[in-house]
Design a protein around this ligand. Structure first.
Ligand SMILES: Nc1ncnc2c1ncn2[C@@H]1O[C@H](COP(=O)(O)OP(=O)(O)OP(=O)(O)O)[C@@H](O)[C@H]1O
Ligand SMILES: [Mg+2]
Length: 494
């Protein structure tokens, strides 16, 4: 994916996410407020209905008293009078009561409207509830749903209208129903009033969230871009780049890992360059020797058999040295390529005895004592030839760098591993050289090195063999105290 399109995608995701969050919060706020206002409207309706019911009761009592005062003897006529007074007084009483918030309608026993404050007080849909209030002689409520609960979000809010049907005992007999209706315009205004600030607030929150997300994304993308540029410059061979490792976060961790990787690459590349230079240098010496002696042969070899003999043996010596260097280099390259190790069952002690016998023959004139692994077998699984090579390098060094005393090669079996130890009583290695002896072409002491004539490739070869076999190679030594090289190898599944 191209970087610009990643940016677009991230922006889209940010907008979507912020809209969802802000929209959700705004919606919840709206629902809570409108539910609250709905409850307030209902409470107002009940309160007004209570007041209205009290007015009706007072009017009825007053009407009865007034009829009684008129001194009518016939009870039927008196009732008739009370009823007349009640019907006349009731609109007047409502007007005077100050219950201006509600709308009222009065229905007779046949549920026909006799009187009402306004057209809006008449509800045809509530006929059944009204009949029930009359029949059961108890207050019944009905609700008029006017719109969906979220309608107030886009236009003026419209809350439900509550109607309370109050049964009324008409003085002088008979019953009626008083409808008390409350239009919650005040509560709707409250909702309408918060809509604009809520919208402004939501838009600001949305904007701020998107800007914040964009800023942090830009920051991340910039870091990614830095990493890309670093990768590009590594690609062109520049290994001196160093990425900024700011912050204890994932990007900082990535930069640290990459810096470590670049460091490793640089060290490897430097080591490679040094290796090629050292190898060429080591090869140049025998080649120069061979050429020198060839010239001598050409000039004087024909006449002087002594010169001829000396030149031929020198050429032989130098070419052998070159052949050995080539084979060491090949061994190193082979081990570095990580060729497959064989996995065969073999007796380690047999191989150790062979190594020791070979060294004893090669260094016979030094008169050293070679002490081999004890009697018996030590069966393990691995690559016998490569392991023998590694042991042979260590035994060869031990013999080479020991002038008198012993070279001891011992093997031990552990539960999961085998331990091979090569101990000598030789010149030892100075402490400051210990960290370097596994580097290619490193030789501890120049004068001694020249005398013993190695290349400094033995230990690196041994180490890469042991590493490849999943083992470890350690050394303990001090100048003049002899050296101990310890190989630990997994025993393998036997
Ligand atoms: N057993 C030992 N006692 C003392 N010094 C040792 C011993 N083994 C290794 N060293 C030191 O470590 C250096 C590196 O050893 P390494 O086997 O790699 O090279 P080398 O023996 O000098 O040459 P090569 O093995 O290539 O013929 C040696 O030059 C020597 O100074
Ligand atoms: Mg060596």
């Amino acid at each position: 994916m191209r970087r610009s399109s990643l940016r677009t995608w991230l922006l889209l995701v940010a907008v979507l996410f912020a809209s969802l969050v802000v929209g959700g919060v705004a919606l919840t706020t709206y629902v809570v407020v409108s539910d609250g206002m709905d409850v307030v409207a209902h409470d107002s309706t009940v309160r007004i209905a209570q007041g209205a019911s009290d007015i009706v009761k007072v009017t009825a009592t007053d009407a009865q008293l007034a009829a009684a005062e008129e001194g009518i003897d016939d009870p039927v006529e008196r009732d008739e009078e009370a009823r007349r007074i009640f019907m006349r007084e009731i609109p007047e009483m409502f007007r005077a009561s100050g219950l201006s918030e509600g709308e009222f309608a009065f229905y007779d026993a046949d549920l026909q409207p006799i009187w009402y404050t306004d057209e809006t007080a008449l509800f045809t849909g509530a006929h059944e509830d009204r009949a029930r209030a009359l029949a059961q002689h108890q207050t019944v409520e009905s609700t008029l749903s006017r719109s969906g609960s979220l309608s107030g979000l886009v236009r003026s809010a419209r809350l439900d209208v509550y109607v309370v049907h109050v049964p009324v005992d008409i003085p002088g007999g008979g019953q009626g129903v008083l409808d008390v209706t409350y239009y919650p315009s005040r509560e709707e205004t409250v909702i309408d009033n918060i809509r604009m600030p809520m919208f402004t607030l939501a838009m600001s929150a949305l904007f701020i969230m998107v800007v914040m997300m964009q800023t942090s994304m830009n920051w991340v993308l910039k870091l990614v871009d830095d990493l890309r540029q670093a990768a590009d410059s590594i690609d062109t061979g520049n290994l001196s780049v160093h990425l900024p490792e700011e912050g204890e976060h994932e990007i900082g961790d990535l930069a640290r890992s990459l810096n470590a990787l670049i460091d490793r690459l640089r060290r490897r590349s430097e080591a490679q360059t040094r290796f090629v230079a050292d190898a060429s240098h080591e090869l140049a010496t025998p080649v120069a020797g061979i050429r020198g002696y060839t010239n001598i042969l050409r000039a004087w070899g024909g006449d002087d058999p002594e010169v001829r003999e000396e030149a031929i043996s020198a050429i032989d010596r130098e070419s052998r040295r070159m052949a050995r260097l080539c084979s060491d280099l090949l061994a190193l390259v082979r081990d570095e390529r990580g060729l497959e190790f064989r996995n065969v069952r073999f007796d380690l002690n047999v191989r150790c005895r062979e190594v020791l016998a070979g060294a004893a023959t090669r260094y016979i004139e030094k008169g050293l004592e070679f002490i081999g692994p004890g009697e018996g077998q030590l069966i393990m699984v691995g690559d016998p030839d490569r392991i023998e090579d590694a042991i042979s390098i260590l035994v060869d060094n031990a013999a080479k760098y020991t002038n008198e005393g012993t070279v001891r090669l011992s093997t031990r079996r552990r539960r999961e591993s085998v331990v091979i130890e090569v101990v000598d009583t030789g010149v030892g290695i100075p402490a400051q050289d210990l960290p370097n002896i596994f580097d290619r072409f490193y030789r501890s002491d120049a004068s001694r090195s020249k005398q013993t004539g190695g290349f400094g490739l033995g230990l690196p070869i041994a180490k890469s063999i042991i590493d490849g076999a999943g083992g470890t190679l350690e050394v303990a030594s001090g100048l003049g105290t002899g050296s101990t090289f310890t190989i630990r190898l997994p025993r393998g599944r036997i």
